[in-house]
Every structure is written in structure tokens, then in C-alpha cells.
Design a protein around this ligand. Structure first.
Ligand code: GLP
Length: 242
């Protein structure tokens, strides 16, 4: 059973996540973080950046692995997850960009990109703390409903709902990529600590299914119930259907 923490708002969640990361890095300066994109983890990254600025902490040895990337998007596109991770995480936290990995979504080499990413995570010794958001479809990473519970990093097709939800980051829905490469549910389960974040009533159904529903490929977030160390940090809105 995951530990459920209900907080007043996203900023309060960000404080908790930032403190957890600082404790981890205090013990393990070259800790391996699993990095989520989307709007949900931003308060965590911002809180961590503020703490690092206030009490200098050296994060230059910290390693990172993003959860996912769009396929076929130019790597320099402002909404590629490589760009987002650089902008929201690497630069504000002063991480070494060479130590922060994002799945390779370039069409050239896409057949082997998943296996290469898995090998890189294994070579790093695995992920210590994996930050997760959750989509309204119940996806974690980009593991849409129907994803195998033991899946590893691979390409997937985005659901129409997820493309609609992510259209806000692009000029129009036609610009939202159709395919992605994502850590699998099996990859995510290998991380030593999962921290799932969700805010707002729009996430209430997905959180209820993830936390209390049956463990099922139709609700990818429900795999957190299989993990021995999972923490769910949510606000009242996201908790409203528990
Ligand atoms: C995105 C990402 C997920 C994220 C989810 C929720 O598409 N691939 O990793 O958790 O959808 O996004 P948001 O946090 O913006 O609601």
C-alpha cells in the first residue's frame, strides 16, 4: 500500500519532494533521479532550486533519467522533453547536462533507443527516486492504458485524450506528436522509491484508480500498488474520490 500524503497545494508538495531529494543527495551525492515532465512536478523543481540557492548544495554529481520523450520532434524544439528537462531541471538546479539522460526520440535509431536507454539506467545502478505525474487517462510516463505491467522502455502511440491534454504546449493539436518513447511500467517499478504527484479534481479519477482500484493494465498508475516504497502526494482535489 502506498503512503498517501494530502497537502494543501502544489507548493506544499514541492517542499516535501525537494526535502526528500536533498536528504537523498546528502546521503548519495551522485544519486539517480527519475525526472517527470508535465506541469505537475514543476513546483518540486522550483522548490528544490530555491533551497539550493538558499543553502548551497552541490548537485553537480546528480544523475537523471527522464521518463519519456516525443518521437520525431526536433531535439531543439522548445517542447521536446529534452528541451523541457534542460529548461526546468538542469539549468535551474545546476545539474551536469552530460549526466541527465532523455530517451532518444529521433526517428533515426528509434528501433534500438529503448534498449539503449534501459542499458544506461542499469549501468547507472538504477533509479533512486522516481518522480511521477499521472495523466487523466491514468498514464504514468507515457504508458497509456493497455501497457504491459512489465514493459520496458519502448515506443508507444499517444491516445487522443493525451494529445488533446498536451496541445496546450503546442500551437495546435496537429503539432502534437503521435508517437513517444517511454520508460515502461516495469522500468518504473525497478526504481527504489516512487513519488507520484497529482493536483486538482481533474486527476481525482486517475488517482482513485491508481491507489484503490484493481492493479490493471487499463489503469497504468495502479502499478504503484505493486511497489514496496511508493509515496503519493496529492492535494484535496486529486484526493476527492478516495
Ligand atoms: C504528460 C507526461 C507525463 C505526465 C502527464 C501529466 O504527458 N508524459 O509524464 O505525468 O502527462 O501531465 P501534467 O502534469 O501536465 O498534468
Amino acid at each position: 500500500m502506498a503512503e498517501i500524503v494530502i497537502v494543501p497545494n502544489a507548493d506544499a508538495a514541492g517542499e516535501l519532494v525537494a526535502d526528500a531529494i536533498l536528504r537523498l543527495v546528502g546521503r548519495t551525492p551522485d544519486a539517480v533521479l527519475g525526472l517527470a515532465t508535465g506541469s505537475t512536478p514543476l513546483s518540486s523543481y522550483q522548490a528544490l532550486a530555491a533551497k539550493v540557492a538558499a543553502q548551497p548544495v552541490d548537485l553537480s554529481a546528480v544523475r537523471g533519467f527522464a521518463l519519456d520523450e516525443y518521437v520525431g520532434i526536433p531535439v531543439g524544439h522548445p517542447e521536446s522533453y529534452r528541451s523541457v528537462i534542460n529548461r526546468e531541471v538542469v539549468q535551474p538546479l545546476g545539474l551536469n547536462p552530460d549526466l541527465v539522460h532523455v530517451p532518444n526520440g529521433a526517428l533515426d535509431g528509434i528501433q534500438t533507443a529503448g534498449d539503449e536507454y534501459e542499458a544506461a539506467i542499469l549501468a547507472a545502478g538504477g533509479i533512486d527516486l522516481q518522480i511521477l505525474g499521472i495523466g487523466r487517462t491514468g498514464h504514468i510516463g507515457f504508458n497509456e492504458p493497455g501497457s504491459s505491467l512489465t514493459s520496458l522502455t519502448r515506443t508507444k502511440t499517444l491516445t487522443e485524450q493525451t494529445r488533446i491534454d498536451n496541445a496546450r504546449f503546442f500551437d495546435s493539436i496537429d503539432d502534437v506528436p503521435v508517437h513517444c518513447i517511454t520508460q515502461g511500467l516495469g522500468t518504473i517499478l525497478r526504481a527504489r522509491h516512487l513519488v507520484l504527484l497529482a493536483f486538482g479534481e481533474a486527476k481525482a479519477d486517475a488517482i482513485a484508480a491508481a491507489v484503490e482500484g484493481p492493479v490493471s493494465a487499463s489503469q497504468p498508475g495502479s502499478v504503484i500498488q505493486l511497489h514496496p516504497h511508493a509515496t503519493v502526494i496529492i492535494d484535496e482535489g486529486a484526493a476527492s474520490k478516495l
